[in-house]
Every structure is written in structure tokens, then in C-alpha cells.
Design a protein around this ligand. Structure first.
Ligand SMILES: [Ca+2]
Ligand SMILES: [Ca+2]
Length: 458
């Protein structure tokens, strides 16, 4: 049958199912010798362990097949090591969809290197709606994999990775990676993380040593609990962070070297408070090939003995960024060799050089000293900057909007309001007569930030 009809709320829905695609439903939680049971026939009870179902999904012709894992705790107990899933963790070497009944409902645990190995030959694999725990590594991927609604926790490797070890192409959606002994994610391939949380891991939340990483609408928080490392640690690979929160990691929020780093519409807060951290929010290690661009973002509560944003070589562009309320001495530290360009930003501490060049494009507001601010086009402020405390004022990340009377409001850089046409929250720029300095554009009386005044009258 090539079409599957199901009745949903009285409507008959016809789902297109590829020719030959079958679903194998697991019907026992234990892990017997797969040769000792049947072949996952829905009409026969207790003939389908999780291990057997995955093996059969590779043997039955056509496909791609689905393995459905109902609610339960599945312990894979057959010890040994192979690449065909007869022992240890599960092995996937072709396109398979592995689906549970829900994150936290279908739980798979194994005392082996990884719960699931996805090999290079496996393209278009999907693993969703389950919790994977208790191995050295949750999933090792060398193929092309998408995860959805997963939890990866309590994996114990401190030297390879904890939750995910990617050497192929990995798309992570709505996945929680927390409480692993080492790094939450290690990447040597192509990695995209969307709508996910990487938190409370013993090492860096994400460590990438090759390839590229894109992080969208995600939270990378409270990592490096045992190694004092950064929240995100990237070497020789590009990193793009959009609409995300990088918070309360022991080392720098982001540490990288010899690579392109772009941070947009994001908040970096409370990182790098451990002793000896040089850049609390961002630390770019010494390299003339660093290329750092930070736009529409908020840095607050970060430490850093050198600075909040510490870029050692290459180029740094800061545009519409709020760098206020940090513990680190300097907003920006730019040792010899860094070309710095800054526009439309709000800062409350000094800038430390020397830089190879430090160019203000104007529209900067704050209590700044040093570097190349130009009081003809920038505004030195002695009193309050008039920003709201870090909080949820719309958008996907916490921000610090200017409040009525803030000198950041309508302080346009020369030439008017540059793109992007929205602020960190996704709200329009400009609002009112001109564009504001900093990550957030005050929206007038309708701005969500006004509620902190309303609250004070309650
Ligand atoms: Ca059965
Ligand atoms: Ca404005």
C-alpha cells in the first residue's frame, strides 16, 4: 500500500508514503539476542526489540523504513562492538527514521561508546521524539542526520564529546543537550542548531575544530562546569550565531581562532567570570585571519581581565551593539594588529588599545574613553544611559531597551539609519524621528520596556 489513510478529528487524511516504506513497531523493552526472536510483525507479540527493529529496517528492501519506539525505558544490554548493531549501541548505515513517542517518554540507555552510530552511507536519517542517555556519546554522526525533539543527557565522555559528535552533516532542531560530562556537542563537519538548548555540560557547550557551525534561536548556557572553558569553542571553522542567548558559561561566551565569527540579534551575558578569562563575552585568539562581526546584539554581566570583546588580530566590526553593565574592564580590547570599526553602539566602559586602526563611524553613545571615538559624531555621556535591566521585552532573547529619556534614543549616526531595518527584537528601525544607538530601538509608548514603569506603580 503506497498511501496511508488515517482518521483525524473526523477528517480522512491521506499521507503519501514512499513505495515499500514500512514501519516496524518495537514491542518489548528488553534486549534479547536478535536471532532468538521474530521479525517485527505487528500481528505477533514480543517479536520486536529496538535492536531487532533497527536491524530489520536495514534488511527489508526498498524503504526508507521507520522504526517506532513506543513509550518506555529501553536498556541495550548486549555487550560487544560491531558496525551492524548486533552488540552495544545501535548502528545506522542507510536511510532510516527512528521515532519515539516523545522526548522523555521513549528513553534509550546503553553502556557503550554511543547510543547510536550513524555511518557515512546513511543519508537523510531522522531521529526524533526520544531521550538518549548513559553512553560515552549520545549520537556519533558521520552521515547526514536531522534530530528533532530529542534529549541527550548523562553521557560520560570527557575527551571526545558528550551529547553529539558530528563528523558529517547534522541538523539539530528542538533538542536539549544537557548534563553531559564533557562537551555538549563536538563538530568536525557541518552543524546547524535551531530552537535548541545546550546547557550545564562539563565542558564547552559546543566545540568545533573543522567545518562550520550555525546557531539559530538557541540557548548555550551554564556550560564548562568542570573545565572553565568557553560556552562555544571554535577553531579553524566558521561560526554564525543568530537570535540566540549565550549565558553564564564559565569561560568566555565564545572563543575562536583563525575563523569568521558573526553574532547577530543575540545576547551574550554572564560569561567569563572565572579567573584568568581574557575576553568575557568574545575572545578571539591571536590570528591575522580573525574576522569578527557583531550586529544588533547585547553584551552584559560578562567578565574578562582584558575586555568583554577581546579580539587579538584581524578585523572586528561592531554595529548597533549594547555593551553595558559588564564586570570586564574594557568594552572592547583590541591588541596590536586588530582593525576595529564601530558604529551606533552603546558602551559604558573604556576601550583599550592599541589597535592597528580604530575607526568610529559615529552614532556611538556612552561613557567611553580611549581608542578612536570622535566627539563630533559620537556622544560622550556622563550621567545615566537610561537602559532597562536585562529582561524579556519581545523577540527571542533578553535585551536592555532604552527607556524614555535615554541618550541612546534617536542618536543617529551620520548618514541616517543604516540597515538592518529591525532591532535585536525584530522590531522596526527606525521608530520615532531617528534611529537609536544600541541593539534595541525604543518603540515609543507601546514598547514592552515601558512595563517596568507600569510595574513600579503596582
Ligand atoms: Ca510485533
Ligand atoms: Ca528612534
Amino acid at each position: 500500500m503506497n498511501n496511508l489513510s488515517i482518521v483525524l478529528s473526523g477528517l480522512i487524511v491521506v499521507l503519501a508514503v514512499p513505495a515499500g516504506a514500512e514501519t516496524f513497531t518495537v514491542d518489548r523493552i528488553d534486549d534479547p539476542d536478535p536471532a532468538s526472536i521474530g521479525a517485527c510483525d505487528d500481528a505477533i507479540a514480543l517479536d520486536c526489540s529496538l535492536r531487532k527493529a533497527v536491524m530489520i529496517s536495514h534488511i527489508v528492501p526498498a524503504g526508507p523504513h521507520t522504526v517506532f519506539v513506543p513509550e518506555g525505558i529501553y536498556r541495550l544490554t548486549l555487550e560487544g562492538s560491531d558496525n551492524v548493531g548486533e552488540f552495544g549501541g545501535l548502528d545506522i548505515s542507510t536511510q532510516v527514521f527512528l521515532r519515539g513517542a516523545g522526548d522523555g517518554l521513549s528513553v534509550v540507555s546503553v553502556n557503550d561508546f554511543s547510543v547510536i552510530d550513524v555511518f557515512e552511507t546513511a543519508v537523510g536519517v531522522e531521529i526524533s521524539d526520544m531521550t538518549l542517555r548513559d553512553a560515552a556519546v549520545g549520537i556519533r554522526n558521520s552521515g547526514e542526520l536531522r534530530t528533532d525533539r530529542l534529549t541527550l543527557t548523562n553521557h560520560n565522555s570527557r575527551i571526545i564529546s558528550g551529547g553529539l559528535f558530528n563528523m558529517g552533516t547534522l541538523e539539530v532542531f528542538d533538542t536539549n543537550i544537557f548534563g553531559n560530562a564533557g562537551w555538549g556537542v563536538r563538530n568536525d563537519g557541518t552543524l546547524r542548531i535551531t530552537d535548541s538548548v545546550v546547557a550545564e555540560n562539563g565542558g564547552a557547550g559546543i566545540r568545533s575544530v573543522a567545518g562550520g557551525v550555525l546557531i539559530v534561536n538557541s540557548t548555550i548556557a551554564s556550560n564548562s562546569q568542570t573545565d572553565l572553558g568557553p560556552g562555544i569553542d571554535v577553531q579553524e571553522s566558521s561560526l554564525t550565531i543568530v537570535g540566540s542567548l549565550v549565558a553564564d558559561n564559565q569561560g568566555s561566551g565564545v572563543r575562536h581562532s583563525s575563523s569568521t565569527l558573526t553574532i547577530t540579534d543575540s545576547t551574550v551575558s554572564g560569561n567569563g567570570l572565572a579567573p584568568g578569562v581574557r575576553g568575557g563575552g568574545v575572545r578571539s585568539l591571536s590570528s591575522s585571519s580573525n574576522s569578527v562581526e557583531i550586529v544588533n546584539s547585547t553584551f552584559t554581566g560578562n567578565g574578562g581581565q582584558d575586555g568583554v570583546i577581546d579580539v587579538d588580530g584581524g578585523t572586528l566590526r561592531v554595529d548597533r551593539v549594547t555593551i553595558v553593565g559588564n564586570i570586564g574592564l574594557n568594552s572592547i580590547s583590541s591588541p596590536l594588529g586588530t582593525n576595529v570599526e564601530i558604529r551606533g553602539s552603546v558602551l559604558d566602559t573604556i576601550c583599550s588599545g592599541p589597535a592597528a586602526s580604530f575607526v568610529s563611524l559615529g552614532g556611538n553613545v556612552g561613557r567611553f574613553i580611549g581608542c578612536g571615538f570622535d566627539l563630533a559624531i559620537d556622544s560622550a555621556v556622563i550621567g545615566s544611559l537610561g537602559l532597562a535591566p536585562l529582561g524579556q521585552y519581545g523577540g527571542t532573547t533578553p535585551t536592555m531597551p532604552p527607556l524614555p529619556g535615554s541618550p541612546a534614543i534617536d542618536f543617529d549616526p551620520p548618514g541616517g539609519c543604516p540597515p538592518p531595518g529591525t532591532d535585536q527584537r525584530g522590531l522596526p528601525r527606525s521608530a520615532g524621528p531617528a534611529c537609536d544607538a544600541g541593539a534595541v530601538e525604543y518603540q515609543g509608548s507601546g514598547d514592552p520596556a515601558n512595563r517596568i514603569f507600569a510595574d513600579s506603580f503596582e
